[in-house]
Ligand binder design. Structure first.
Ligand code: GLO
Ligand code: MG
Ligand code: MG
Length: 413
């Protein structure tokens, strides 16, 4: 029989076991990384279609304070995470933003990104770019208002997850028309940004499109980061140079893609500006598990790619603390452990990149076998076949480095 732990002793138990886990970085070290904590992740109450909330609400000022204690130096938010929908674009919005500005300053946290909610409110039921002109005019105002909020909070990035841009029933909307209309809304936001930044003599923000393959519509018009890149280059955007992408690790995995390959395509297009980091499973719904809890090896590979290609944008912790984690656990376990796994994987990626065995094997593969008859496939294959064994050797080495086996962690029978 195991001993029950009474309610009053449970936080102390979690705190003690978390400390016993070790492997955590100091707030100062964590702050060196461009990691942002979303308001919506920290204040998520665990609710969903089949789920009642399990946690109580957490106000922005408290989120900012807790992130600062952990050492997360950046904060991101939806417009409606901080201003109720009916108070947007009113004097109350300004008061709220002033209060948040004070909380940010007091805690030494910066706002990195703002984003518009275009999925939750009933007004978006038929998508933010549907048939009715008044809905689209409201969508434009909302996005332009997000731009203003971003400037006020000093954000460098604005993210657009279009949410309900899609449909439940085929044949109701004209997809091409809907995309044209959505582009007009992004254009309105870019124009607003240019006007505001010109007037304030500041730089315009980086506008980043985020795709998701399923949810919250049955069919979505921009389901993948590649679709977003095509949209940026479609000729519909008035300022394609202002628009890049915010891939989300899990959103790419959900449709069966290799997230690392999706990131590589965005990198090559010069459009990888912002990155939502989390974890989950292929071909399942958007479980938004914290980074590295499901696919640490894949994450190691992702970070090797980003380090090798000098990605310098934010890593936005777009996960949902699970319903089984308490309010206390969100800031004692969810956020610090997510940051620490991320930093550890980042450092392991650096180690793997400079590992002498991987370096030598990679160079050998790139050197090839030397000059052989260039017209004879069989001769080329025979000349190289021993080199190709290095592929599996490199894969083994990566797992060794990930698990620390190269440092002598061996198991004997
Ligand atoms: C939902 C998205 C969402 C966006 C956020 C930013 O699946 O991941 O969290 O990242 O709305 O635009
Ligand atoms: Mg996201
Ligand atoms: Mg998600």
């Amino acid at each position: 029989m195991t001993e029950p732990v009474s309610q009053k002793d449970q936080q102390a138990l979690v705190g003690r076991l978390m400390a016993a886990c070790g492997g955590s970085y100091s707030p100062g070290t964590r702050r060196k990384f461009f990691i942002s904590g979303p308001q919506w992740a920290a204040s998520y109450q665990g609710q969903a279609l089949f789920h009642a909330p399990t946690r109580s609400p957490v106000q922005p000022a408290e989120v900012i304070e807790r992130l600062a204690e952990i050492g997360i130096g950046w904060w991101s938010t939806h417009d409606t995470d901080i201003v109720p929908t009916d108070q947007l674009m009113t004097g109350r919005q300004d008061e709220i933003l002033d209060g948040i500005g004070i909380a940010l300053k007091r805690n030494g946290v910066k706002c990195s990104m703002v984003t518009g909610e275009t999925f939750y409110d009933p007004v978006w039921a038929g998508s933010p770019a549907g048939e009715q002109p008044e809905v689209r005019a409201y969508a434009k105002r909302r996005l332009q208002n997000v731009v203003e909020m971003g400037h006020k909070l000093g954000a460098q990035f604005i993210v657009y997850w279009p949410g309900t841009l899609g449909y439940q029933f085929q044949g109701v909307v004209d997809e091409a028309r809907m995309l044209e209309r959505y582009a007009e809304e992004i254009n309105a936001a870019c124009e607003k940004d240019l006007a505001v930044s010109r007037a304030a003599a500041t730089s315009p923000m980086r506008h980043c499109l985020e795709a998701k393959p399923f949810e919250p519509q049955a069919e979505l018009l921009l389901p993948t980061t590649d679709a977003m890149l095509t949209f940026i280059n479609s000729g519909l955007l008035a300022h394609p140079e202002m628009v890049g992408v915010n891939p989300e690790y899990l959103h790419e995995l959900m449709w069966g893609s290799a997230p690392r390959a999706a990131l590589a395509r965005a990198l090559l297009a010069g459009k990888l500006w912002h990155f939502d980091v989390n974890d989950g499973y292929r071909l399942k719904h958007d479980v938004d598990i914290a980074v590295g809890l499901v696919n640490p090896l894949d994450w190691l590979n992702v970070l090797m790619l980003l380090r090798a290609h000098d990605y310098h944008g934010p890593f936005n912790l777009d996960f949902k603390p699970p319903r089984t984690t308490s309010n206390y656990g969100v800031f004692r376990v969810s956020f610090p452990s997510a940051v620490d796994r991320f930093i550890t994987l980042w450092e392991i990626a650096g180690e793997a990149i400079s590992d002498p065995i991987i370096t030598e094997a990679t160079k050998a593969l790139e050197g090839g076998a030397g000059s052989v008859d260039p017209t004879d496939a069989n001769v080329i294959f025979e000349a190289n076949k021993e080199l190709w064994t290095l592929h599996e050797l490199i894969a083994h080495r990566l797992v060794q480095i990930l698990l620390g086996l190269h440092r002598g962690r061996t198991f004997s029978g």
